[in-house]
Design a protein around this ligand. Structure first.
Ligand code: TYD
Ligand code: MG
Length: 464
């Protein structure tokens, strides 16, 4: 096939160059040039008639518009993915013709999850297609053989191990599956573009052409995309505005728990989270994660239970802290599962308003199980875990058989601020016998919360 000349366009200022450059000569920005097909090539493929009509004068080419009230509602039945946690995160199943981007770091379980979904759909009599540019058909079969979930016919799913975009599109048209998986969008290659597979221009081209074909024939597509820890490989990021739904699969590869959350969802809420466990026979849904985390919680200084909200669902997770004298300046601040800036804020308020200084100590904070909590309600748990670790006192008292539960936002003046769904959080804690729960409603200031959790507040704490 003859190669169409391509352009490299700056995504900041729009300047174009015939070849790629590290720095844009137009605006001086670095790494902003993205490979694009020239407009002539684009209109030649699709939508040519439309742009031709645009130039006309007067009302020629105009179309009638009507109020939203008169637009017919289309109620399409969703396809159940067969995995309850995934269906919930999607907003009640797969929407036919939708484009879902599933991002996550390598080894997290994206292929396993999509294999299982396709297996369930195949078992339910749906037409499926699994396209892999990463693994050979034999490798995919090996994985599918490991999957032991009931009602999952992973071995019945047709596979295509291919990296050429045109072949994939032709097969998509020939097979007309109800649901198709592209694993991964970074491995497919559009022949017209000279960029390497996975480059921004390639990824965008691959996704938009798959979308055009899939939407046209009502095929729902899961685009799998790798994201590195730092988000460095920006590949999938450029697709976020294009797709209907962005799912993020998170967790530490070494840990068993993984969370699936929607960062964007045109057909449902973005608050839902699914919790999975990687087991021998594939991913297993963790239907009652609170019970797991509370059951595994340690009863030692430096540990508290956070009554968090994961979307519409309350979730109890253990937050642990370690405070130890530091030999370096500035001392270490290491956290897993919470935002570093929130930790810095909580430590500052602890030192300034609650008499728990950690200026000469290393502080480590960890949300157990590889869970990530991105909500201000986690502040109080971090504060209590750090104070409990710094003082060597078990939160809630030594003789308490169960861990202490809490939630609340820490304000800059040392006050505790309410967060959403207080009742549901307390209810969830009570379900597991964690009562009383320390919250902004029971302790208006951080100092009072420390007193309630650890006994008398320390006037000034020595950590070195
Ligand atoms: P994979 O789904 O290939 O990850 P990704 O596509 O996101 O890169 O596999 C993730 C890991 O899970 C892999 O190291 C093997 C492991 N695994 C299990 O522990 N049990 C299983 O049943 C399967 C299929 C995989
Ligand atoms: Mg994979």
């Amino acid at each position: 096939m003859p190669r169409t000349a391509t352009l490299h366009v700056c995504s900041d200022c729009g300047h174009s160059e015939p070849r790629w450059m590290g720095q844009c000569p137009g605006c001086g920005a670095w790494n902003t040039l993205v490979e694009e097909r020239p407009v002539a090539a684009l209109t030649g493929r699709a939508g040519g008639s439309r742009s031709a009509g645009r130039g006309g004068a007067g009302t020629a080419g105009a179309v009638a518009v009507r109020p939203l009230r008169e637009v017919e509602q289309v109620r399409v039945a969703r396809l159940p993915a067969g995995i309850g946690e995934l269906d919930r995160v999607l907003g009640g199943g797969i929407v036919p013709g939708s484009l879902v981007l599933l991002g996550g770091s390598p080894g997290i379980g994206k292929s396993t999850l999509t294999n299982m979904v396709m297996g369930h759909l195949a078992a339910a009599g749906r037409r499926t297609l699994y396209v892999s540019g990463e693994e050979s058909a034999a490798q995919i079969r090996l994985r599918a053989e490991r999957l032991e979930t009931e009602g999952c016919a992973a071995l019945d799913v047709p596979v295509l191990a291919e990296t050429d975009l045109d072949t994939v599109l032709a097969t998509l048209v020939a097979e007309k599956p109800d649901v198709c998986v592209i694993d991964s969008v970074q491995t497919l290659h559009a022949a017209e573009l000279s960029g390497a597979p996975g480059s921004v221009g390639q990824v965008r081209e691959v996704a938009s052409r798959i979308m055009a074909v899939a939407k046209g024939q009502g095929t729902a597509v899961f685009l799998v995309g790798h994201v590195t820890k730092e988000g460095a490989l920006a590949g999938p990021r450029v697709l976020e505005h294009l797709v209907d739904c962005v799912l993020q699969f998170e967790g530490e590869r070494e840990r068993t728990y993984r969370t699936l959350r929607a960062l964007k969802n045109r057909f449902g809420s973005t608050n839902e989270t699914g919790v999975f466990e990687m087991a021998q026979g594939g991913l297993v849904e963790v239907l009652d994660p609170s019970a797991r985390f509370v059951g595994e919680a340690t009863r030692k200084p430096g540990s508290v239970v956070l009554a968090a909200m994961e979307g519409t669902r309350p979730l109890l997770v253990e937050v642990q802290a370690l405070v130890s004298p530091s030999e370096i300046v500035p001392p270490r601040r290491v956290c897993n599962g919470i935002d570093r800036n929130r930790l810095a804020l909580v430590l500052a308020v602890l030192g300034r308003h609650a008499g728990v200084g950690t200026g000469t100590a290393d502080v480590f904070v960890n949300v157990v199980g590889g869970v990530r909590v991105d909500e201000p309600g986690a502040d109080l748990a971090v504060a209590l875990a750090v104070a409990s670790a710094a003082r060597g006192v078990t939160a809630g008292g030594e003789d308490r058989p169960l861990p202490l539960a809490c939630f609340g936002e820490v304000g800059l003046t040392g006050e505790l601020r309410s967060v959403g769904h207080g009742d549901r959080r307390r209810q969830e804690a009570r379900k597991f016998g964690l009562d009383p729960v320390i919250s902004p409603e029971s302790a208006p200031t951080l100092r009072q919360a420390l007193k309630a959790a650890l006994g008398v507040p320390a006037p000034n704490l020595k950590t070195s």
